[in-house]
Design a protein around this ligand. Sequence first.
Ligand code: C2E
Ligand code: CA
Ligand code: CA
Ligand code: CA
Length: 281
Amino acid sequence: AKAAGYGSYLVFDQTMREKAQYRLRLEGDLRTAIAQNEFALFYQPIVSLESGKLEGLEALVRWEHPERGMISPDDFIPVAEETGLISAIGEWCLNEACRQFAEWKQTFGDDAPGFMHVNVSRRQLLDPKLTHTVRQVIEKHEIPPKQLHLEVTESLIMEDQKTFIPILKELRKIGIKVDMDDFGTGHSSLSCLHEFPLDVLKIDRSFVVNAKHVRDYAALLQAILTLADNLELQVVAEGITDTEQLILLQALGCEYGQGYLFSEPRLATEIQTLFGAHIDW
Ligand code: C2E
Ligand code: CA
Ligand code: CA
Ligand code: CA
């Protein structure tokens, strides 16, 4: 038993060291990636569930690592967040999404999407210059403020409501929209939703996935949609992958949806082929 314990300690130690080394390398690579601009934005449609019209886009960052290929944001955003490198990456994402959005408006006119959604992380939200930066970026690209949505996760807001609520209020004063992302995973109670300065609820895909199997989830979805309606919040259901989910959400009166059923996130040049057409499912 003693030997086994010692052995497993060694293994644990080694994994810890490997993790630390991996992280260090990732951090170093991230610094290079910023300097050499190895990032790309992919865009995923947000669709009207009634008409199939592509109403908006969410910008999702990718890292094109020269040796390791495409790295998902779930793998590098946490490291970027811990090291503070997120400030540079986040600002690049915001500017690039707005630049591309403005270009599409010029090129496609009325067929261009009406809204651009950009994710913001904890450290970006805590940056006292964020409001100023956002204002500068939308002025530079001449984007009407109400067409820019910033997405903030529910769990982040719930972590420290006293800090984040005033920041979200400041952002909304510019006229931009604030979305609560991954709603339903961050333990906020429905009864305090009216206290948050919000425009859109993005319902986490776990609800959408479970709704057709578990009756409680469908009932919960119904309750969320009714409340959102009363609070005059728009709702986007995330992670729609099949027509059964779509039909249920339509029946419940959910206005917007996002998910692989409509389109995966794609490069700008690919996603723009969908503009103007109604998305079939
Ligand atoms: P998120 O904001 O919740 O973004 C939605 C994620 O779900 C995306 O993963 C998207 O590709 C994926 N997704 C969309 N439709 C479906 C579907 O039908 N089924 C399934 N299984 N997944 C679907 P992605 O692009 O890997 O991004 C992961 C997370 O990384 C995002 O979750 C967001 O929290 C973060 N992230 C992405 N881009 C940025 C960024 O520019 N800045 C910051 N701060 N975070 C970002
Ligand atoms: Ca998001
Ligand atoms: Ca989400
Ligand atoms: Ca998520």
